[in-house]
Design a binder for this molecule. Structure first.
Ligand code: TRP
Length: 487
């Protein structure tokens, strides 16, 4: 329960939530992770599944989360408990909130390491530390940057401190202001890189790599990665969006906001792909290079470009900023929970969170040097944080969220809170009750080896399962028809 009787802080401007949610969504996930996992999982088919996941799972989950936040006015744990209690259901559902909070924290622990790479490349750009003209030179620079735990740890510590300082300042001062100038700047840089890519000789290959869907059978691993990335890139199931939603004023349209954020996020990711892959192909690099992909490829582009140093500086500056506006959203849930429940001030909650964050992120950072062979089942600590959160915790949390909203709560709750006209509301309801859960379950089943999905072959089956689900669900609690009839 909120310890004070004061109304909760709200965003300053009409665009406050939009900006902050976009700032949270657009980050390293779009520019660092999307290209490298697309490269690892083979291109077009992965991109297609990812886009389908954004539409069928990401958008409905995001709307639901924002609605939970605004209705419950609190951190994920408190907000979910309040909304669930309002419908007379068990507080145990707030476990979803606990998992989300933990998940946001785990993500941040490796995210600051990657953001640290971005800051260190900004520094290298400024100081000329990126001289070198071959792919091998760049791989060597990246390797050397990781090899020294004090250097790498210094950068990730810097990111952790900056994050906590901004969060400590509060949502309005700290978060809202920085996003509004940064996002257009980032898009501008990407446009420049794409133009450069068009002339680099690798553009055609890049386009066909990203958008030719002939790849046919995508691995189970790849489908799970695509689903996980849809959650990651929209900052879902980790408390970020839900907590931001708790500061959203009553009148704002959740549906419209969600769609704008999802579109902006997807456009930035695809632009990043179009900026990066031409460089990869023009230089004969391997698209499956892994986490170092952008750090090994983009500096080459900047060196070959007129005024490349300037653009490189601007690019890594924007990337670092984009990383910060995302990282602050990941701890917002924890900090807001500590403030509401433990009577801490924002400042002390931020510092307490920051210390724990620093310890865990240091372990993640060590995965690139001293701890490189502290592995379990072939994954180091950094990999495990990423794997557990993206592949399992976020999709599971998302599944819990939609099932809760679609089946457990009273139907008035979300009809009120979303404020949609009957038709869009019915669409949302169909998604959260049937389409999103089926999507998540099918991909889980595939990943667990229970059922090998090939959409090209199995779509009639999937459609049949969907129809059976609708028939059973609507017999037990006929909400869709009611939704259409109401109002
Ligand atoms: N969406 C951000 C990105 O793509 C990362 C991010 C911010 C995030 N908040 C999150 C990921 C919460 C998971 C959970 O870079």
């Amino acid at each position: 329960m909120a310890s004070s009787g004061q109304p909760r802080t709200q965003w300053l401007g009409r665009w406050g939530f939009m900006l902050a949610a976009t700032g949270s969504a657009v980050g390293l996930g779009n520019i660092w992770k999307f290209p490298y996992i697309t490269g690892e999982y083979g291109g077009g088919a992965f991109v297609l599944v990812y886009l389908a996941c954004i539409l069928a799972v990401g958008v409905p989950v995001m709307m639901t989360e924002i609605a939970f936040g605004r209705r419950g006015r609190g951190s994920p744990i408190d907000a979910i408990r309040r909304v669930v209690n309002e419908s007379g259901r068990s507080s145990a559902w707030s476990l979803i909130g606990w998992m989300a909070m933990l998940c946001g924290f785990m993500i941040l622990s490796f995210y600051v390491v990657v953001a640290g790479w971005s800051f260190s490349y900004l520094w290298k750009m400024l100081t000329g530390g990126l001289a070198g003209s071959s792919v091998d030179d760049m791989a060597a620079v990246f390797g050397a940057n990781n090899a020294n735990p004090f250097i790498l740890g210094g950068w990730s510590t810097l990111v952790a401190v900056l994050t906590m300082v901004i969060v400590g300042k509060g949502v309005q001062e700290g978060i809202e202001k920085n996003v509004s100038w940064m996002m257009p700047g980032l898009v501008l840089m990407l446009i420049l890189l794409i133009i450069f890519g068009v002339f680099s000789g690798g553009f055609g290959e890049a386009v066909s790599f990203l958008f030719s869907f002939n790849a046919g059978s995508l691995s189970s691993e790849g489908m799970l990665a695509a689903l996980g990335h849809a959650f990651f890139t929209l900052s879902l199931a980790s408390g970020a969006i839900l907590t931001y939603g708790s500061y959203l004023p009553k009148g704002a349209s959740i549906g419209r906001t969600t769609i704008s954020v999802a579109i902006a996020d997807t456009v930035v990711a695809l632009m990043a792909g179009l900026a990066i892959f031409p460089v990869i192909f023009a230089n004969g690099m391997n698209p499956g290079e892994g986490p170092g992909l952008i750090f090994m490829s983009l500096p080459l582009a900047f060196q070959a470009m007129p005024m490349g140093t300037l653009f490189g500086i601007l690019f890594f500056l924007m990337l670092s900023m984009a990383a910060l506006t995302s990282s602050i959203s990941m701890v917002e849930a924890t900090v807001s929970w500590l403030c509401d429940n433990k009577g801490m001030t924002r400042k002390s909650a931020s510092w307490a969170t920051g210390i724990v964050l620093w310890l865990i992120s240091t372990l993640a950072m060590l995965s690139f040097n001293l701890g490189a062979d502290w592995t379990l089942a072939g994954k180091n600590f950094f990999d495990w944080l990423d794997y557990l959160t993206s592949r399992w915790m976020m999709p599971l949390g998302g599944l819990g969220t939609v099932v809760l909203a679609g089946f457990v709560l009273k139907s008035e709750t979300f009809r009120d809170e979303l404020g949609l006209a009957p038709l869009p509301y019915t669409l949302w309801l169909t998604m959260v009750r049937y389409v999103s859960p089926l999507g998540i379950l099918v991909i889980f089943a595939d990943a667990l080896g229970l059922y090998q999905v090939s959409f090209a072959v199995h779509w009639p089956w999937l459609l049949a399962i969907l129809l059976v689900m609708v028939a059973v669900g609507e017999t037990l609690s006929p909400r869709l028809r009611q939704a259409l009839r109401s109002r």
